[in-house]
Design a protein around this ligand. Sequence first.
Ligand SMILES: C[S@@+](CC[C@H](N)C(=O)[O-])C[C@H]1O[C@@H](n2cnc3c(N)ncnc32)[C@H](O)[C@@H]1O
Length: 300
Amino acid sequence: MADEDEAGNAGGTRGPGGTGDRSEGTAGERLRSARFPRSSRYHPDWIAGAVSGGANSLWLTEWLTEALDLRPGLRVLDLGCGRGASSVFLAREFGVQVWATDLWFGPDERLARIRDAGVEDAVFPLRADARSLPFATDFFDAVVSIDSFVYYGTDDLYLNYLSRFVRPGGVIGIAGAGLVDEFDGPVPGHLRAWWEPSMACLHSAAWWRRHWERSGVAHVTVADTMPDGWLRWLDWHHTINPDNTVEIDALTADQGRHLGYVRAVAHRRPDATPDEPIADIPLAYTAHPLLRDDPPPAAR
Ligand SMILES: C[S@@+](CC[C@H](N)C(=O)[O-])C[C@H]1O[C@@H](n2cnc3c(N)ncnc32)[C@H](O)[C@@H]1O
């Protein structure tokens, strides 16, 4: 087990002022944490070889699944799964069936990883857009989305759309980068070098709770922020992406005041019927006079 502080952060020493200077320690030590015992069993090279974003998808998946009741045989949509580490983790750790769905990363490399992990009978890779999903109504018991939902899920109508693929009473859970609290006005000075306009999609747990409750189709049971999540975020970058000094500097200056990991879990209301998607409205053309003085069409 790696050297860990009270908060369970793996590896390295803290610099003066507790800024999280984690330049010591191998990747293997860093990716081991008493806080994440399931994730810590996975080989650091396997984790690093499946990187598809700016976070440790196993840590986020482990945190999220602590708030879910996943049992063997359940059907799970892993939405925005990237290169599929979270999908393999879900199948191995909980015995669920996983539809490993992503847009940017193709399914072939993911399938090789799934086969190598020995879960090809339980994890099914496909490429699909979260806004145009190819599944049957009520098909899934659960949707899990790791560090991905912000790319499409802030749309006011999205939960309504997604929930129709989950059986009544089924669960939707997300975890990923977000805000500790919403801030109005300009971006705080210490975050400006890192912040881009697209980061407007980052939100707090309280924001997600309100956003989802307003949809009327789901009841939120969990919406919270990972304790010391910013340190895990920083750990990941020091380990996997140490050249990303702009993000490392922003996180270090922020000290968890604004940036962190957020999680939200909601259950589809059994009494709510999500809207049917509007695919095609059948129309037949009827001619009318264009101007008030025009003759009726038939007399022309
Ligand atoms: C930051 S990466 C996270 C990937 C992975 N879940 C992880 O944690 O490593 C964001 C993922 O969201 C996926 N994504 C973004 N927009 C999407 C969309 N419209 N439909 C499906 N996936 C989408 C991308 O393909 C990408 O893999």
